[in-house]
Design a protein around this ligand. Structure first.
Ligand code: 6PG
Length: 250
């Protein structure tokens, strides 16, 4: 298991500032080393503030945005202009303000009627951009951003869903009965191949999930975020006070 760091910060603003600082540092490290930075963005509402800060904050000029390959950790089964689209949220808060290079924004095509085909197409895009294929090969992101649901799901790896056990494919069309829908999601092997993973978690509604994932019994089918362990890298939890409230340690 890789290194896990838990950073408890005063409030949501402090979480976003700390996460933005580390994002920028990681981007600069990766770009200096390999000429590019590969990142998988989180969806939902929490990361909005981070993306806005990256796009408009003091560090905006510190990242060579033209060398960043943006991917997504998951996507809803909706078109890219739908209010629920993770792509739309990232476009509005980050891609448009920074003038992201369209060819380097790799969108999951949630609008396709055949979500399995969309998952396969995304895997092919990952293979193309990362230049990896074949048995055992995995795309290794420089950074993966993740959120946490109140039910301890992350990306679209929800409790008791099939994608939790996916160890071959890199992208799954995951049926989520509790939401009466399916979603596209990166699978555990891809998340765990990353060099660095950041969980961004704020608000008291997440306190029980944070405590279960970090201090509860190991039970990834109940607490899917426990699957994220990046054996060769680092997981950092950026958590504000309310979300950390039920933690016993640290
Ligand atoms: C999504 C996310 C999902 C999200 C959590 C937390 O598509 O919704 O990938 O895993 O990170 O549900 O969502 P909030 O940030 O909105 O609380």
């Amino acid at each position: 298991m890789g290194e896990v760091r838990v950073r408890r910060l005063q409030d949501a603003d402090a979480v976003m500032r700390a996460a933005a600082d580390r994002f920028v540092a990681r981007a600069r490290e990766a770009t200096a080393r390999s000429g590019r930075f590969t990142v998988a963005l989180a969806g939902g509402s929490t990361p909005r503030a981070l993306y806005r800060l990256l796009a408009g904050g003091p560090d905006r000029g510190s990242v060579s945005w033209e060398n960043v390959d943006f991917f997504f950790g998951d996507e809803r089964a909706v078109p890219p202009d739908h209010p629920d689209s993770n792509y739309r949220m990232a476009r509005e808060t980050l891609f448009d303000p920074i003038g992201a290079v369209a060819e380097r924004v790799h969108r999951m095509r949630g609008e396709l009627p055949d979500l399995e085909a969309a998952a396969g197409a995304y895997q092919a895009e990952l293979a193309r951009v990362f230049g990896v294929s074949g048995p055992g090969a995995l795309p290794a992101f420089d950074l993966v951003l993740l959120g946490l649901g109140a039910d301890a799901h992350t990306a679209s790896l929800f409790p008791a869903t099939a994608a939790l056990d996916e160890r071959g494919r890199w992208v799954a069309a995951n049926e989520v009965p509790v939401l009466s829908t399916s979603r596209l999601t990166l699978t555990p092997p891809v998340l765990n191949a990353a060099a660095e993973v950041h969980f961004l978690v704020t608000g008291e509604t997440k306190a029980a999930a944070v405590a279960s994932v970090l201090e509860g019994p190991r039970d990834p089918h109940r607490f899917p975020a426990q699957l994220v362990e990046v054996p060769h890298g680092m997981v950092t939890w950026f958590i504000d006070g309310p979300a950390a409230r039920e933690l016993r340690h640290g």
